[in-house]
Design a protein around this ligand. Structure first.
Ligand SMILES: [Fe+2]
Length: 272
């Protein structure tokens, strides 16, 4: 998210969809997907949330090239009514929330280069499809994205920052902790080799119990591995985040202020 651009600062260029909204990729780009898929599907089996793994099967994702958006869309439509919308490499917050409020999920129309296999600092089509689409079949996950979108289109820039934090600490980097097992539902983790290993094994990041007020007060960065994750105990917790509660808690967060950032200043931060 950011200002809309078809070229990212990392040198990626978004493809233009055809009149049916389909994106076409080259053979070498499909091969990158195949390698990413094969490695990631094996890696995530132990800790991926079981409904996510069911979603992978439901969508028939495999190592047979980047799936056509129309194929994914027909399955999503029948399930939760969502659709993938091809977008530029970066999009504005306003457009992001506008899409979510229409049950359209932004799909960055490019795939990473091989040097960014392990961790890509901007979302690519592998991240969007592999990381998010399996759980867009899940009602609670899809509803939370929709609620964030509906609030986002009505809120000021200042308040949108808080919504982005909810999105980041749930849809992108959310963990589920039950009976001491860690399961992952965050798309950023599930689609990244480095972040999956980091989130499941590293002692560096804090893993805190889900607390909406804490989330609203916690700054984050998208271009480095996170210093903090929030665990939900079950997906029902996502359902409890109503629009009214979000509005109420944003006001509380404003009064209390942000927590001190745990990240180093941007210019000396190592890009992971
Ligand atoms: Fe994402």
């Amino acid at each position: 998210m950011g200002n809309s651009s078809s070229v990212s600062k990392f040198g990626y260029v978004a493809k233009q969809p055809d009149s049916n909204g389909e994106i076409y990729f080259s053979i070498s780009e499909h091969e990158i997907w195949n390698k990413l898929y094969s490695r990631q599907i094996n890696l995530i089996q132990e800790h991926a949330f079981y409904q996510y793994l069911e979603g992978i099967k439901h969508l028939n994702l495999d190592d047979n090239g980047i799936p056509r958006l129309s194929k994914i869309n027909s399955i999503l439509l029948k399930s939760t009514g969502w659709q993938l919308q091809p977008v530029d490499c970066t999009i504005s917050f306003d457009y992001f929330f506008h899409l979510l409020s229409n049950k359209k999920f932004p799909a960055a129309a490019f795939i990473r280069r091989s040097e960014d296999f392990d961790f890509v600092p901007v979302p690519d089509i592998f991240h969007e499809i592999f990381g998010h689409c399996p759980l867009l079949l899940n009602k609670e996950y899809a509803n939370l994205s929709y609620k964030i979108g509906k609030l986002g289109v009505k809120m000021s820039k200042e308040d949108q920052k808080y919504l982005a934090r909810i999105y980041w600490f749930t849809i992108e980097t959310g963990l589920i902790k039950s009976n001491k097992n860690i399961e992952i539902y965050g798309g950023s983790i599930l689609s990244s080799y480095s972040e999956y290993n980091y989130a499941t094994t590293s002692e560096l990041p804090l893993r805190l119990p889900f607390n909406l007020l804490d989330i609203l007060r916690t700054p984050y960065r998208v271009d480095v591995l996170p210093n903090v994750y929030f665990n939900i105990s079950s997906f029902e917790q996502l359902q409890e985040i109503t629009e009214e509660i979000i509005i109420e808690y944003i006001e509380k967060a404003k009064v209390l202020g942000d927590f001190r950032s745990l990240y180093p200043p941007r210019d000396i931060a190592k890009i992971a």
